[in-house]
Design a protein around this ligand. Structure first.
Ligand code: Z5A
Length: 233
């Protein structure tokens, strides 16, 4: 885990305090980009190597977070205004960070989180038009400055995301019902984040076959484990 003492350090990726013993990994991408699939493969791989890893997700992972998730994603609900939506995601994140992620990292665990604050920056900041700087400040405040060690951004075009969602048997959630323009902006937003946070975000081509994508992720993960002294070459 890296705690950044100020936003500028967070943006440039220069860690100022390696206070805890664990590793914090996040996955990002448009709906249906394959995060859940890859997260399960990574968790299995890490466990087979003998590491103490576990999966959590946003919004969710706590009782309050799960309630907020139901409120936000239920397609029957009229959507909240954009600022209220952003604050609800941040509330769920504050709860998850303080109650689940930080304690696990302090015990030396590897935490794999399905979405984190880059989702707020892409969905609410770019696609809803709230802008990323204020939401980055808010996210750093909500999490007391907890920034992932590495973020895998699964990159998939809006049209491919739509095809995958159509193939699924489950009903779309409220945000998955958003139109094509929203989804295009979302991918643009994610691309901009990848450029801005180069040291943290690893861009992964999510159009490849599942196992090929996992090879790309595994390679980066091994590099990180070696650089942190968790594995030897
Ligand atoms: N949200 C937000 O707006 N702001 C925030 O701050 C946060 C979240 C934290 C949470 O939903 C929603 O909240 C999300 C963003 C918003 N918006 N939506 N919509 P979520 O995270 O629970 O759901 P999701 O992101 O939409 O995930 P998903 O639909 O579960 O997709 P996924 O996990 O990325 O993909 P998957 O389940 O692994 O795969 C999807 C399908 O594609 C499945 O049938 C797979 O078998 C298939 N698949 C996977 N990989 C491949 C490859 N490589 N080729 C072909 N097919 C594949």
């Amino acid at each position: 885990m890296v705690i950044y003492k100020n936003k500028i350090a967070g943006i440039s990726g220069s860690a100022v305090d390696n206070a805890s013993k664990g590793i914090f990994i996040t996955f990002e991408g448009v709906d249906g980009s394959g995060k859940t699939t890859q997260i399960k493969l990574l968790n299995k791989f890490l466990k087979e190597k003998g590491f103490n890893s576990f999966i959590t997700r946003e919004p969710g992972g706590t009782a309050l977070g799960d309630s907020i998730r139901k409120l936000l994603l239920n397609p029957e609900n009229n959507g909240p205004v954009a600022r209220a939506e952003a604050l609800l995601f941040e509330a769920a994140r504050a709860e998850l960070t303080e109650k689940v992620i930080r304690p696990a990292l302090d015990k030396g665990k590897i935490v794999i989180c399905d979405r984190y604050f880059d989702s707020t920056l892409a969905y609410q900041g770019f696609a809803r038009g709230l802008g990323i700087d204020s939401l980055l400040d808010l996210s750093l405040w909500a999490t007391s400055g907890l920034v992932p060690d590495i973020t895998f951004l699964l990159s998939l075009d809006a049209s491919d995301s739509e095809k995958r969602l159509d193939r699924q048997s489950r009903k779309r959630d409220r945000i998955e019902h958003e139109d094509g323009d929203f989804k295009k902006k979302l991918q643009e937003g994610y691309n901009e984040l990848a450029g801005r946070f180069k040291e943290r975000i690893v861009l992964i081509d999510a159009n490849k076959e599942i196992n090929k994508i996992f090879c790309d992720i595994k390679l980066k993960m091994l590099e990180l484990l070696i650089s942190r002294g968790w594995l030897t070459q």
